[in-house]
Design a protein around this ligand. Structure first.
Ligand code: ATP
Ligand code: MG
Length: 446
């Protein structure tokens, strides 16, 4: 993309309505604009990052054997009356009446709708297990929308629903989700710690939230510092192997890690003192096994081998896709702007022409630009007629992980600069070598 042809409304001043870094930087870097409280337009660069995250989420869900689909944002209230949640959900639910006077709502989540789809289509235990998911906008009329996309009213969520014939199957589904989530966050360059979560009025022992540590996080968390060293990495996972999934679950959930909602001071005190940590965290996902709550109230049953009918065992599993962008920026920024991890960067390489209009500089940039595009590195070429300082400031704000700087002086010696946004380290190399290096860097980034 050439910056002169793009739509990137960068703000020079710090927006006064934004109290945390990610919100401020998303506004300044022209990623989002608020349309009303907690509701945002995603400008082209914000939309690009959202799509990158969505892609990673899809790939990892499908790798785990989960099936993508798409349900609508608007739902009929009837199903929610059946499950009993129409009244329970309270003011967070945005209720709408259509022209025929029918009660509708903007979905805050989709358990009822998916259970309805399931019960009308599946009859036999033989058709299980199944996990269906979608990535769709949700609406919750939060009392206090704040921190930009972090706590919006309209937000983008992956929500998946597992259907199993018995508890053992449901726990395998639960563990599969935990493993797929670990890989999803790791691919985004994020450390998200699974923490035992409150199961609320539904009860049961099986819910974990995934938290990214950040000073601005809304949750108070307590953990054994050992969790910081754990990594799924690129180990082979067979998602059909229940024992392997259980092993990974045990490995990642054995060290103490809880939010204030489930914190147990006595258990925490068993952790050696030098490893006892408390901090703040951002919830970026949650997995939940709730048994037959919806299948019983809504009659989602399957016929078992002995001919009896049994309500299916269900779980719901969510990832806050739009909130993740805020979490990513909270975890990756400095005083100058955003520092994108390579896998989620809107543009993988920034190209800065220090002297637009200079024949040699323009020609070198054009050639590099073409090479970067050909290599699939999605470059952003700052081809504006601006001074160098302004171009550097914009690039630092936008946060492309790598920057190639081209100027007439360097070109006289046959070199350009390749700079890492994260470390600031710069090397002088030939334009061809800079391109080669970028291709190498991204070769392993999925
Ligand atoms: P919270 O406790 O933060 O209100 P929740 O536990 O009610 O969230 P879930 O129902 O678990 O939310 O939804 C799954 C994921 O969706 C959450 O882990 C979070 O990442 C994201 N999410 C929930 N509410 C919002 C919101 N208002 N804005 C942005 N993302 C949200
Ligand atoms: Mg939650």
């Amino acid at each position: 993309m050439r910056l002169t042809r793009y739509f990137l409304p960068i703000m020079k001043d710090t927006p006064s309505e934004a109290s945390i870094a990610s919100h401020r930087l998303m506004l300044r870097a022209g990623m989002i604009r608020q349309s009303s409280a907690g509701i945002y337009s995603w400008l082209p660069m914000g939309f690009k990052v959202l799509q990158r995250l969505e892609q990673i989420v899809h790939e990892e869900q499908m790798r785990a054997g989960h099936i993508p689909m798409l349900m609508p944002t608007l739902q009929s209230a009837d199903l929610w009356k059946e499950s009993g949640r129409y009244d329970d959900y309270g003011k967070e639910m945005l209720r709408i009446t259509d022209r025929h006077g029918r009660d509708m709502l903007y979905g805050p989540t989709n358990e009822e709708l998916i259970t309805d789809i399931f019960r009308n289509a599946v009859n036999s235990y033989k058709e299980l297990p199944k996990t269906l998911y979608h990535i769709q906008w949700k609406f919750r009329d939060e009392v206090r929308p704040r921190f930009g996309v972090m706590r919006g009213r309209e937000f983008y969520m992956k929500d998946g629903y597992s259907f199993d014939v018995d508890e053992a199957g449901a726990l395998h589904s639960y563990n599969r989700h935990l493993v797929s989530y670990l890989r999803t966050y790791e691919r985004m360059g994020l450390k998200a710690i699974p923490m035992k979560a409150d199961t609320g009025p539904i009860g049961g022992d099986h819910s974990h939230e995934f938290l990214v540590l950040a000073e601005t996080g809304e949750s108070e968390v307590f953990y054994d510092s050992q969790v910081m060293d754990m990594e799924l990495g690129d180990r082979e996972v067979d998602f059909d192997d229940a024992a392997q999934c259980q092993g990974i679950f045990d490995e990642f959930t054995t060290p103490y890690a809880r939010t204030d909602e489930t914190h147990d001071e006595a258990k925490f005190n068993d952790v050696p003192e030098d490893r006892r940590m408390s901090a703040r965290g951002i919830e970026v996902g949650q997995i939940f096994y709730f048994g037959t709550k919806y299948s019983e109230s809504m009659g989602a049953e399957v016929v078992m081998p002995d001919g009896s009918r049994k309500p299916v065992e269900m779980g719901s599993h969510g990832i806050g896709v739009s909130r993740l962008i805020g979490a990513l920026i909270e975890a990756n920024h400095d005083g100058k702007g955003i520092i994108w991890p390579e896998s989620v960067a809107p543009f993988r390489v920034g190209l800065v022409n220090l002297r637009q209009g200079d024949e040699a500089a323009d020609a070198a940039c054009e050639s590099l630009y073409a090479g970067l595009v050909k290599a699939g590195l999605d470059p952003l070429y700052d081809d504006r007629d601006e001074r160098a300082g302004a171009k550097f400031a914009s690039m630092d704000l936008i946060g492309c992980p790598w920057r190639i700087t081209v100027g007439p002086r360097g070109l006289k010696n046959g070199v350009v600069e390749l700079t890492s946004r994260r470390t600031g380290e710069t090397i002088e190399v030939s334009p061809e070598a800079a391109l080669e290096r970028c291709i190498e860097i991204y070769a392993d980034v999925q």
